[in-house]
Design a protein around this ligand. Sequence first.
Ligand code: SF4
Length: 284
Amino acid sequence: MEAFQPAAGSGYRLLPFRFGRLPTHPNEILVAGDSGRFTFLTESDFSAFADHRLDPASELAVNLEGRDLVHRGDGPIPLDRHAIAWRTRKAFVFEGPTLQIFVVSLRCHHSCSYCQVSRQAEDDTSFDMDDATAQASVDRLFETPARRLTVEFQGGEPLLAFGRIRSIVEDITARNQAGHRSITFVLASTLHGITAEQLAFFREHRFELSTSLDGPETLHNPNRPLPSRDSPAHATVGVAAAHGRTPRPRNVPHTQHRDRQTSVWANANSQNQVPMWHFSSEAT
Ligand code: SF4
């Protein structure tokens, strides 16, 4: 704490901060305050700042004060200003949860080596979400005060319980007539066997579709095996269908590969729209 006390005659006090180096800025030091504001300083500027050797009238000292890293002068620290910065940064605490995930089925065609769910056989419907659970889950969704919500469907393979997805979306849409929340629907799926009827439904409700491509066929096939040993072809067909294109069999777009669980998001907002692709690190 002594380091934060004003040095005699220095003209400024240090406010709590953290510092460190980033590989992307080898010649600078990252300095971040409690409010989340930050800056990069050269080593000599950082030493001067931390040792109370900065001229308080200098541009750098003024800049650091604007980032809540120092307080110039002997007056009281303006706690109101810091409180506002904190409140703005932590506003999400008052908004409540904004993401709700519906695991509509644990069934799946695949048997991925890194599967994180208790994946069940494709024909065992006892592992599907039942009506009462679905309705209770939608109840929970509307308990959050958040104005913007993301509703994501996962599995297993959620398309195996497409009827449940449909009923939940229709329930949410009906209940939201009064709620006026902004709701984004997301499907995290292998897209295995996706049908024209399902795609039409996803377009109607402006779903974002997320699927996983593990890289070239030689990697995707063993990582995400199907009994038929042709999971890359199914993934390609699914992605092409989401785009409204004819698939090129056995051609996984591995140039978009980032790591073994790279997900590719295809925006299915409009049948005629060229889809946007988004990348995330979620697995399906
Ligand atoms: S596709 Fe998803 S749910 Fe199915 S086995 Fe693979 S990781 Fe598990």
